[in-house]
Design a protein around this ligand. Sequence first.
Ligand SMILES: [Zn+2]
Ligand SMILES: [Zn+2]
Length: 259
Amino acid sequence: MNIRILGCSGSIARGCRTTSFLVDDDVLIDAGTGVGDLTLDELARIDHILLSHSHLDHVLGVPLLADSVMRRRQGRPPILVHALPETLQVLRQHLFNDQLWPDFTRLPSEQQPVLQLQPLAIGQTLTLGAARREIEVLPAAHAVPACGYAVQAPSGQSWVYTGDTGPNPALWQALQGRRVAQLVIEIAFAEADRAVAADARHHCPSTLAEELRHLPDGAQVLLTHIKPGEMETVQAELAERLPGLTLRALAAGQVLQLD
Ligand SMILES: [Zn+2]
Ligand SMILES: [Zn+2]
């Protein structure tokens, strides 16, 4: 199983793209600005988009992708956009409202639209894509309703993405008994912005260090969502708090391989 990191930054700047991960070549997890690095053919192969929550840095690729591939996907089933009902409601009301963007859930025709919104629930397991990947919906604790995902590799090990989240005891409970190969966990802010992080329900080094006490044995930690310009500070502050743990930050363009 391949997971291509299209974007893993907390915001934009040259070389920084927001969250998007491509599982195999037909399942997209979050649709941040990293989606724009895919070719038109690669975009047209995506059959499923899983969204973690409604924030713009995770969803803005959905309306643009729909526009790009609408003609190419004619005659094919709609791209299914899977998310919590609250997230889908935000997309309907504020994005696909024929004002901010055309309603691609009714285009090119109401009978055969390019997008279809598909609600999911925390704890649910979806089986998606040509490779029939099992993907479990995990709880997240963010400023808006949010979730994370655990994708099962062929060996039975999991690749886990926390989504945007602050301290989240329900996540560690959900991961109990699961063999986690890689944990992609968010950290948005440096310690100087601890109060902002708490308000926005994101991690900063001290909350992440506390949280990683629950890390499942053998799991490799990969950091995501660090704000542009904060990478060195965040990594140094984490190394100080977690001297025994190797923490790598994801990089756009990287391909993770799990057996
Ligand atoms: Zn967010
Ligand atoms: Zn975000």
